[in-house]
Design a protein around this ligand. Structure first.
Ligand code: SF4
Length: 167
């Protein structure tokens, strides 16, 4: 997996101070994509898990990690994303994990494969759905278009319904 970028700390990619990893590669090709260059799987640099973990460990201000892209949950990226999240939780057990994806939660649940299921269990908040230019709204917090949802993944799964995070 390649990495399109990494922020050591940010308050614009989820609640609280968060490290943000942008993975490279996305199959969705949404018109008006905010990060078109990261749609290329070869963009950026080879993801070095240990280097990123070391940078996270050095920063005591952080409350969580956000994985964005690109598409973290496509079949090409998801195994390495899962491995990374598990490693982050080993060194920072109290971190909460946000993930941006162009898939909907329902599409991910329909896959019903081991890696996707385990990844969903390790994500706290999923910002789901493709970016839809016609539904773009710059006033929205932490998402780009009206169709996208900010989901409490654990509650969605436990209650078998869509539960959005109240901000
Ligand atoms: S899912 Fe995100 S990264 Fe992928 S094309 Fe759509 S807006 Fe761009």
């Amino acid at each position: 997996m390649n990495m399109a970028g990494f922020y050591d700390e940010s308050i614009s990619n989820g609640l609280g101070w968060r490290a943000v990893l942008f993975v490279s590669g996305c199959p969705h090709h949404c018109p008006g994509c905010h990060n078109q260059i990261a749609q290329d799987y070869n963009y950026g640099e080879r993801f070095n898990k240990q280097e990123i973990i070391d940078r996270i460990c050095k920063n005591s201000i952080l409350k969580g990690i956000t994985i964005s892209g690109g598409e973290p949950l496509c079949k090409e990226n998801i195994p390495e994303v899962l491995d990374f999240i598990k490693e982050v939780k080993k060194v920072r057990p109290n971190f909460n994990v946000w993930c941006y994806t162009g898939y909907t939660l329902e599409q991910l649940e329909e896959r019903n494969d081991e890696v996707t299921n385990e990844t969903l269990h390790n994500i706290d908040v999923l910002v789901d759905g493709r970016f839809v230019e016609e539904k773009k709204n710059p006033t929205l917090k932490f998402k780009g278009s009206e169709n996208q949802r900010i989901l409490d993944v654990h509650k969605c799964m436990a209650e078998h319904k869509i539960v959005q995070v109240s901000l």
